[in-house]
Design a binder for this molecule. Structure first.
Ligand SMILES: [Zn+2]
Length: 154
């Protein structure tokens, strides 16, 4: 379900650029595409028209949302592009393009979130070190748990 209050005008020159919520002045213009699954939105402030997927990893992608979710899941499980391609029946090029889009989307999201925190560069470095240390500790804990499970199982 499309939540209009979550959308924003992608026109950088618009007064309501990236404004979400009740004040965003975004409306639906029409549905389009062969199966009418795409929605054309427009900004009532500047008149710009844009797809409901503008600014998301779904923009200009022909992959199904379910397949994108599977690509994300499999790539976080460190599956190879070749094995993801084989499992989903999607070309390796499409998998690579989508992983690249997902990476860029996540990097932009993280960057916006970090800017929202108002941290300087050294504080960001400390945060990244803390996160890396926590990640290493959780991997170590998982390995220990697996070893203990194997001991209990045998
Ligand atoms: Zn606008």
């Amino acid at each position: 379900m499309l939540e209009l209050s979550q959308r924003y005008c992608p026109n950088e020159k618009c007064r309501l650029y990236k404004v979400t919520g009740a004040d965003n002045r975004i409306n639906i213009r029409k549905r389009y595409g062969s199966d009418k699954r795409h929605i054309l939105l427009y900004c009532r402030e500047c008149g710009a028209s844009f797809s409901d997927t503008t600014g998301t990893m779904l923009f200009r992608s022909h992959l199904k949302v379910e397949d994108i979710q599977k690509i994300i899941k499999l790539s976080t499980e460190r599956a190879s592009v070749r094995s993801i391609s084989k499992e989903l029946g999607i070309s390796k090029d499409s998998i690579c393009k989508m992983i690249s889009k997902i990476s860029l989307y996540c990097a932009n999201l993280l960057s916006e979130m970090l800017q929202g925190l108002g941290l300087n560069e050294s504080q960001l470095d400390e945060l990244m070190l803390f996160l890396k240390k926590n990640d290493a500790m959780s991997r170590l804990r998982k390995r220990r748990n697996l070893k203990e499970e194997k001991k209990l199982g045998s």
